[in-house]
Design a protein around this ligand. Structure first.
Ligand code: BEZ
Ligand code: FE
Length: 297
C-alpha cells in the first residue's frame, strides 16, 4: 500500500475524501467530500481537544434527545447558527421586486382554519386591534386572483395558541384566506409581540454560553401560494418592535419590515368592524412564476 493513502494529520481530509470517491450519487459525493474537508479544516483551525470533542458529541446527543413529535431542537440549533436562513436565502433568491422569504419556524404545526376575507383571527379579542391588508401579484404587477394566504402569529404576550392550549382558544391568530378577484386580501387581527424562542434545552444553553438573547422581533407569518407560482414563506415584521436589529434566528430582511400606523377614524373603524383607534398595515406580496429564475435588482 502506498503511504500516501494512509491517514496523517497533514493529509487527513484528502484520505477521507478519497474513501468517498466511489459514492454513486454525484451530489452526495460532492456534499460529503466538501463536508469532510470543512470539518477537518475546522478541527485543525481550533486544534480541537479531546475534551471539547466529547463535549460536542454530548451536546449533539442532548439536542437529539430533546426532539419530540412537537419539538425539533436540531432545526432550532440550525436557526440560531444562521444556517436555516442561509439555506432559505440561497434557495429563494428574490430580486426584481419579488417578496423575500424567511424561516417558517416551528409554530405552523396545525393547519390554519379557512376564513372569509375580513374575518377577525383574534378569537379572544385580546391585544391592540389591527387591520391587515395586502395584495398578491406577479412580478409584472398583474393580480393573482384566488391566491391562498396562510397567516399565523403570536398574541400580544408573545405566545402562539399551541404554546398556551389552556389560555388561548385553539386556532387563535391563524387564518387561511383566499384573495379576491383582484388578488387582494384583508383581515382583522392584533399587533403581535416579540417573543423568546424555546430556551429550556441545548439551544438555550448555547445562547446563554455565548451571551446572546433568545428573542425574535414581533412578526406575522405568511405563506402565500397560487397555481403557476412558487410558494413564498415569509414574515411581516413590525417596524418599531424590540429586537428588529438582533433577531435570534437572523430572519429579518429590510424589505419585510412595515410601519403599523394608528388610524383614529371612528367611521372607518365602524366600517371595518374594529374599535377606534386601530392599527393598520399593508403587505403586498409579489410571487415568482413557477420556473422563472431570480433576477438581479
Ligand atoms: C417563529 O417565528 O415562529 C420561529 C422561528 C424560528 C425559531 C423559533 C420560532
Ligand atoms: Fe414566529
Amino acid at each position: 500500500m502506498e503511504s500516501a493513502e494512509l491517514f496523517s494529520e497533514e493529509r487527513s481530509a484528502e484520505v477521507v475524501a478519497a474513501s468517498l470517491a466511489a459514492t454513486p450519487d454525484p451530489r452526495l459525493r460532492r456534499v460529503l467530500t466538501s463536508l469532510v474537508r470543512h470539518l477537518h479544516d475546522f478541527v485543525k483551525d481550533v486544534e480541537l481537544t479531546e475534551a471539547e470533542w466529547a463535549t460536542a458529541i454530548g451536546y449533539l446527543t442532548d439536542t437529539g434527545k430533546t426532539c419530540t413529535d412537537t419539538r425539533q431542537e436540531f432545526i432550532l440549533l440550525s436557526d440560531v447558527l444562521g444556517v436555516s436562513m442561509l439555506v432559505e436565502t440561497i434557495n429563494n433568491r428574490a430580486g426584481g421586486g419579488l417578496t423575500e422569504s424567511t424561516v417558517e419556524g416551528p409554530f405552523h404545526m396545525v393547519a390554519s382554519p379557512p376564513r372569509a376575507l375580513g374575518a377577525d383571527i383574534a378569537e379572544d379579542g385580546k391585544g391592540a386591534p389591527c387591520l391587515v391588508t395586502g395584495s398578491v401579484t406577479g412580478p409584472d404587477g398583474r393580480p393573482v386572483p384566488g391566491a391562498t394566504v396562510d397567516v399565523w402569529q403570536a398574541n400580544d404576550e408573545g405566545y402562539y395558541d399551541v404554546q398556551q392550549p389552556d389560555v388561548q382558544p385553539a386556532l387563535n391568530l391563524r387564518g387561511l384566506f383566499t384573495a379576491d378577484d383582484e388578488g387582494r386580501f384583508w383581515f382583522r387581527s392584533i399587533v403581535p409581540r416579540h417573543y423568546p424562542i424555546p430556551q429550556d434545552g441545548p439551544v438555550g444553553r448555547l445562547l446563554e454560553a455565548t451571551a446572546r438573547h433568545p428573542n425574535r422581533p414581533a412578526h406575522i407569518h405568511f405563506e402565500v401560494s397560487a397555481p403557476g407560482y412558487r410558494t413564498v414563506t415569509t414574515h411581516l415584521f413590525v417596524a418599531d418592535t424590540p429586537y428588529i436589529d438582533s433577531d435570534a434566528v437572523f430572519g429579518v430582511k429590510p424589505s419585510l419590515v412595515r410601519e403599523f400606523p394608528t388610524v383614529d377614524d371612528p367611521e372607518r373603524a365602524a366600517r371595518v368592524g374594529l374599535p377606534n383607534p386601530f392599527r393598520t398595515v399593508n403587505f403586498d406580496v409579489v410571487l415568482r412564476p413557477a420556473g422563472a429564475h431570480a433576477q438581479e435588482d
